[in-house]
Design a protein around this ligand. Structure first.
Ligand code: SF4
Length: 371
């Protein structure tokens, strides 16, 4: 049973793409006024017509965020365990054909990374790997989790899509959240960017949220890589994806991210550019549609941008991210998945948040609680 994916498969990309630019200012005003916004309101709020309403959108997003999340910002850091990958994705530095040094951390190196990250103050981590089923699969994940559980209270993963039974097993091993971004919901465009490997299978990826929900994973992360296809249409699919997850798997929480395509070795330029102002608009629209969802922002964005949107709807942030395996305990840069923009230390990010009245939260979950 894959009710979330089935519903998404029946939505017509072109219908959405063509209807968003036709939005009128009156439709935007209605979307801002309603207390029960739906998908058509979200589409109105990300339309070109809504760009003139950014101020009231920002005010509403700010109020909703404070109402449901107080002044808290949950802090996490990504931990890259491996850059091995058996897929060919033309926008990514880890892509199989890139002739780069490959590295998978062993037990001792994972321990060193954990200690370095703890030293920075983090208690929530996001494990990231390339997608290499045979060398970085369940056996490896379980060994890594056995080490990381001793150091961290909340563990999320961003790895290849797995089966429901594997997610159940990871949940028992201490995983609370899993992020699997669809990259783009446009099937033909997806095929153009994903050239080789299991990631070519659009449907297996799309059905991941159903497997996660059925496995009872506490947090499910969705999103599109903005820049691969029309950003407004992809964002509408991502918003609908989150809404369907909340409807069918209401015991899980949803997390939504808005990564913009960043330069990396050999990457293709974005085919659909979203400006800073439009990204603010998108964040506000997601907050208005999903008042209780986690909205997450990474260090792909600049410090200036992150500081300014922190009060508008973002409730989870990474800081001081290294995107190469071993990057925290060994600062000699070897290979990054993509370039990060905000390179400030955790203390500098925390101080910038506090100056805006936001309290960074390093630990809001105790290991074992609710697991
Ligand atoms: S996006 Fe993921 S699957 Fe694709 S090449 Fe990069 S690491 Fe591998």
């Amino acid at each position: 049973m894959t009710p979330v994916a089935d519903a998404l498969k029946h939505v017509n990309w072109e219908d959405i793409r063509l209807s968003i630019p036709a939005t009128t200012p009156q439709a935007v005003q209605r979307a801002l006024a309603t207390s029960t916004p739906g998908m058509s309101d979200f589409m109105a709020l990300i339309s070109p017509a809504a760009e003139a309403f950014l101020e009231p959108m920002a005010q509403k997003a700010h109020q909703l965020t404070r109402r449901y999340f107080g002044n808290a910002m949950s802090m996490f850091v990504p931990l890259y365990l491996s850059n091995l990958c058996a897929n060919e994705c033309s926008y990514c530095g880890f892509t199989m054909s890139n002739r780069i040094k490959r590295k998978t951390l062993d037990a001792e190196e994972i321990e060193q990374e954990a200690l370095a990250i703890k030293q920075m103050g983090f208690r929530h981590i996001l494990i990231v790997t390339g997608e290499h089923e045979t060398k970085v699969g369940m056996t490896y994940f379980k060994k890594a989790l056995a080490i990381l559980r001793r150091h961290f209270d909340y563990i999320m993963m961003e790895v290849q899509p797995l089966s429901c039974a594997e997610y159940l097993s990871l949940r028992k091993a201490g995983v609370s959240g899993v992020l699997v971004y669809q990259e783009t919901y446009h099937r033909r465009c997806y095929a153009q960017y994903h050239l080789r490997g299991t990631k070519k299978d659009f449907d297996w990826r799309l059905e991941t949220a159903d497997r996660l929900g059925q496995a009872g994973i506490q947090k499910i992360g969705v999103g599109a890589l903005l820049g691969l296809a029309d950003w407004r249409t992809d964002s509408t699919f991502a918003a609908l994806h989150a809404a369907l997850i909340q409807k069918h798997y209401w015991r899980s929480r949803c997390s939504i991210a808005f990564p913009r395509l960043r330069p990396c070795e050999g990457s293709a330029p974005p085919s659909s550019v979203i400006t800073d102002k439009q990204l603010v608009q998108l964040i506000c629209a997601h907050r208005i549609l999903h008042p209780q969802a986690e909205l997450s922002l990474s260090t792909r964005e600049s410090s200036f941008f992150r500081d300014n949107v922190a009060t508008l709807g973002i409730t989870s942030m990474s800081a001081a991210s290294q995107t190469q395996p071993g990057g925290y305990s060994n600062t000699e840069t070897q290979l990054s998945q993509f370039d990060t923009e905000d390179t400030r230390s955790p203390a500098q990010v925390a101080s910038a948040l506090q100056s805006r009245g936001i309290e960074p939260v390093w630990q809001d979950w105790l290991a074992g609680f609710g697991g």
